[in-house]
Design a protein around this ligand. Sequence first.
Ligand SMILES: NC(=O)c1ccc[n+]([C@@H]2O[C@H](COP(=O)([O-])OP(=O)(O)OC[C@H]3O[C@@H](n4cnc5c(N)ncnc54)[C@H](OP(=O)(O)O)[C@@H]3O)[C@@H](O)[C@H]2O)c1
Length: 244
Amino acid sequence: MSTRTAVVTGASSGIGEATARELAKQGYHVYVGARRLDRLRALADEIGGTALELDVTSDESVRAFADAVENANILVNNAGGAKGLATVADADLDDWRWMWETNVLGTLRITKALLPKLIASGDGLIVTITSVAAFHAYDNGSGYTSAKHAQAVLHRTLRGELLGRPVRLTEIAPGAVETEFSLVRFDGDADRASAVYQGIDPLVAQDIAEIVAFVANRPPHVNLDQIIVKPRDQADPGRFARRS
Ligand SMILES: NC(=O)c1ccc[n+]([C@@H]2O[C@H](COP(=O)([O-])OP(=O)(O)OC[C@H]3O[C@@H](n4cnc5c(N)ncnc54)[C@H](OP(=O)(O)O)[C@@H]3O)[C@@H](O)[C@H]2O)c1
């Protein structure tokens, strides 16, 4: 039997990096994509995968990436993130553009490009990492919550449109995971980023990676549609039990 292959976007850090490692451990050949190629190369060397530069906001980059992927059983739509925390009244249009381009149109571009290969595999799986922000609106978060809602609707729509095709679709919606996410959101402000996780036991990237691997290892007739996963210390996006 030929080696099964997986594609992980946003694999240069956090959830994507851990997921690539976990899928490689399960025997998949993993194509890892992101903009920071140096990090991807080190990861690909470690796991015996293939590093490919990818900017999900660029049609050209996605086309070149998809052409270089020979076949795909699994696509993990993970590239994404947030920029800023601002009220609607103070919304920064450039931050909104970044969030919509990366989370929504990025997921659309890469999914469209790889769909023929996923279908042709005869046993495909699309995992999209949305967020609890795809289920809730919260103050100062509308750029991110609206983008994650839209990304989720894209994914959920595909679940119906692909009925009868050999592709499973799973949405994983995490709460707080300690990665570079908050560092990106707060433009490199490490103090502000670490305050997000202060006094709680957040999820770590490996927690999500193991869930992706569990999903991937279900038999082809089993579709886990949605998985919402939060730290025990978190009830909703803005509701935490903090010890300090
Ligand atoms: N951490 C959380 O609390 C949390 C909770 C719920 C959902 N999520 C979602 O989980 C996903 C992964 O986030 P994370 O927590 O692992 O954060 P992270 O450590 O910041 O990782 C984000 C990844 O996305 C990649 N990326 C960003 N823009 C990209 C672009 N234009 N093209 C290709 N790759 C791009 C980054 O790589 P490069 O910069 O090298 O391109 C990086 O590998 C995101 O979709 C995020 O919204 C995170």
